[in-house]
Design a protein around this ligand. Structure first.
Ligand SMILES: CSCCC(=O)C(=O)COP(=O)(O)O
Ligand SMILES: [Zn+2]
Length: 211
């Protein structure tokens, strides 16, 4: 077994993450999409509408960051994720991002539901796990950026681009209301770790409120 996800070829690592997230209920059915940078200008992304627990290395397409053009696809019938625009926005905004993971996570959707109408962020609990986002402060006030969901995914991507061009987020993560979180990282393993950590933080918060 590879020691870390970064020891695997990117498409093999993404397929492994998809199986893992599917088993944990974070990519139920066809939900979610995963990508990894191939080079500065391109990234591999999951094919749209595939059962995410059963992907293989051929179910990824190589997409150009600047215009979304598909430059390589092994299975001619495959289309890039319907949410490719969000991945493109993240790679264009954050040159250090090497991987970008989107799932549909119940705890995250419920946390967003609880937020006031029009809220632009969710406050994360100031517990030890926040260090997983490289935040090393006593009782930090850390906000997870929150975006509205739109049928037009390009509109979500434009909102992300506009907000993050003005203000860089405190965490390498965002949440789309009634939809799901997207987390990026400087490596595949870091993005994976941070996805788990964000889910832990939101689960902790929900359970702490319910006790
Ligand atoms: C039942 S999932 C609805 C679409 C979605 O939100 C998603 O994450 C999966 O879309 P894709 O095109 O990447 O399969
Ligand atoms: Zn989605």
């Amino acid at each position: 077994m590879a020691q870390t996800l970064d020891d695997l070829p990117p498409r093999a690592a993404l397929a492994e993450i998809a199986r893992d997230f599917h088993a944990r209920g974070w990519m139920a059915g066809t939900a979610g999409n995963l990508s990894a940078r191939a080079d500065d200008g391109h990234f591999w992304i999951t094919a749209s509408g595939m059962p995410k627990g059963r992907l293989d290395e051929l179910d990824f397409l190589l997409v150009r960051v600047k215009d979304g053009e598909v430059v390589e696809r092994v299975r001619p019938e495959n289309k890039p994720s319907a949410e490719t625009a969000i991945h493109r926005a993240i790679y264009a905004l954050f040159p250090a991002a090497r991987a970008c993971l989107h799932g549909h996570v119940v705890t995250a959707a419920i946390a967003a539901d609880r937020a006031k109408k029009g809220a632009k962020s969710l406050r994360l609990p100031a517990i030890e796990m926040i260090k997983g986002f490289d935040i090393w402060q006593q009782n930090p006030k850390v906000d997870l950026p929150l975006f509205e969901n739109h049928l037009d995914v390009a509109k979500i991507a434009r909102d992300i681009d506009a907000r993050f061009k003005k203000t860089k987020p405190a965490v390498t993560a965002l949440m789309v209301r009634a939809h799901g979180p997207t987390i990026w990282g400087a490596s595949l393993q870091q993005a994976y770790n941070r996805f788990e950590i964000l889910e832990y933080l939101l689960r902790y918060q929900a359970q702490a409120r319910a006790r």
